[in-house]
Design a protein around this ligand. Structure first.
Ligand code: CAA
Length: 378
């Protein structure tokens, strides 16, 4: 892969790899115990990682999209938890404001998010509207130059930790997806209630909460894009968001494969390292081949996005293949470790738990297949 990267991209990847090894790895037990890694986010902000793709004029580091994907990939090899926090903050927490906001909104919100002073989140999913995001029921009613929001959101990554939320609500339920609008809602707004924390199988350091909106009054100036454009705002940002999650899945797959290779070389059974048993050697060959195939799809999508070329289908292909690979490879890595792989002593059981969600959030594998097949067959 390095053959196809610029010197700057290679430098970014190395910086993040070193940071992940030196600073993030020691934090894993704390994150596994459920602690949100606030101090690490501060360090990431100092390295310019919280606004990588944001133009300098809005306080970002103005790097290309591929560098940002390299950062998520490298972070996720060590900590998929930090990978998702960064991906959600950037792709769907900050970018919607950059791409759809007014100049005033961009100047007020984006520098705070790009500098890492504020954290971003995205509130689309509802208890009754997951894969069918267009069926959401949260209402936004316009009254005297303000919007009043009522409803509830679920599974919100960075919930309770984020300072701003891109909230999707319908201004006209009769219009279906065309009645949906996007709003920027600040955490401290009265009636904006952080509900229960989900107890999850994996990603223990990443907070996921319910959000309840009870007569949340926001000014008209917090409407993002035009009234009725909300579904497009969500979908367009999910295109690039899905490349971020594909990079997270790739990091998990590569991290699990590296751990299996290291273990296989030192674990001796039947008088020789298990790496020299063909059953294990072939398994590792297959794992590594799938990781490399996923890498090509992830970076192809990232490079298209870097060059502002259409990438919806390619993003879905990358997300589908990388997340299925993460789950498969993490399962195989546990098999290489045998009984030890099932214990918390080694990282592979954590990769396995973290891998599962990559097949679900930002569109399940089934939804990715819908997006891909619709583009191929329409
Ligand atoms: N970009 C811009 N516009 C788009 C678009 C895109 N990628 N995809 C669709 N649209 C537009 C369509 O053009 C259409 O508008 P027109 O009628 O004007 O042409 C409108 O949106 C409606 O599109 P569809 O008819 O295709 O909508 P649908 O109801 O059939 O749904 C779907 C399509 C792909 C299944 C969509 O519902 C979907 O992506 N579902 C999955 C939801 C999802 O990914 N949720 C993630 C939650 S966030 C998260 O997980 C973050 C986290 O925690 C990590």
């Amino acid at each position: 892969m390095t053959h196809f990267l610029t010197d700057e991209q290679i430098m970014v990847a190395k910086m993040v790899r070193d940071f992940a090894k030196e600073r993030v790895e020691p934090w894993i037990p704390r994150m596994e115990a459920g602690e949100f890694p606030r101090p690490l986010l501060k360090e990431m902000a100092e390295l310019g990682l919280m606004g990588m793709t944001i133009p300098e004029k809005y306080g970002g580091s103005e790097m290309d999209f591929t560098s940002y994907i390299l950062a998520i990939h490298e972070l996720s090899k060590i900590s998929p938890t930090l990978g998702v926090i960064l991906s959600v903050h950037t792709s769907v927490g900050t970018n919607p404001i950059l791409y759809f906001g007014t100049e005033e909104q961009k100047q007020y919100y984006v520098p705070k998010l790009a500098s890492g002073e504020w954290l971003g989140a995205f509130a689309l999913t509802e208890p009754g509207a997951g894969s069918d995001a267009g069926s959401l029921r949260t209402r936004a009613e316009k009254k005297d130059g303000a919007y009043i929001l009522n409803g509830s959101k679920i599974f919100i990554t960075n919930g309770g930790e984020a300072d701003t939320y891109i909230v999707f609500a319908t201004t006209n339920p009769k219009l279906g997806t065309k009645g949906i609008s996007a709003f920027i809602v600040e955490k401290e707004t009265p009636g904006f209630i952080i509900g229960k924390d989900e107890k999850k199988m994996g990603l223990h350091g990443s907070r996921t909460t319910e959000i309840i909106l009870e007569n949340v009054k926001i000014s008209e100036s917090q409407l993002l894009g035009k009234e009725g454009d909300g579904f497009k705002v969500a979908m367009a940002n999910l295109d690039s968001g899905r490349i971020g999650i594909s990079a997270q899945a790739l990091g998990i797959a590569e991290g699990a494969t590296d751990a299996a290779i290291e273990y296989a070389k030192q674990r001796v059974q039947f008088g020789k390292p298990i790496s020299q048993q063909q059953g294990i050697g072939f398994k590792i060959a297959d794992m590594s081949t799938r990781v490399e195939a996923a890498k090509l799809l992830v970076y192809r999508a990232a490079m298209l996005r870097s060059n502002n070329l259409p990438c919806g289908k390619e993003a879905s292909m990358a997300k589908l293949y990388a997340s299925e690979t993460a789950m498969h490879v993490a399962t195989e890595a546990i098999q290489v470790f045998g009984g030890y792989g099932y214990t918390e002593e080694y990282p592979v059981e954590r990769y396995f738990r973290d891998a599962k969600i990559t097949q679900i959030y930002e569109g399940t594998s089934e939804i990715q297949r819908i997006v891909i097949s619709r583009q191929l067959l329409h």
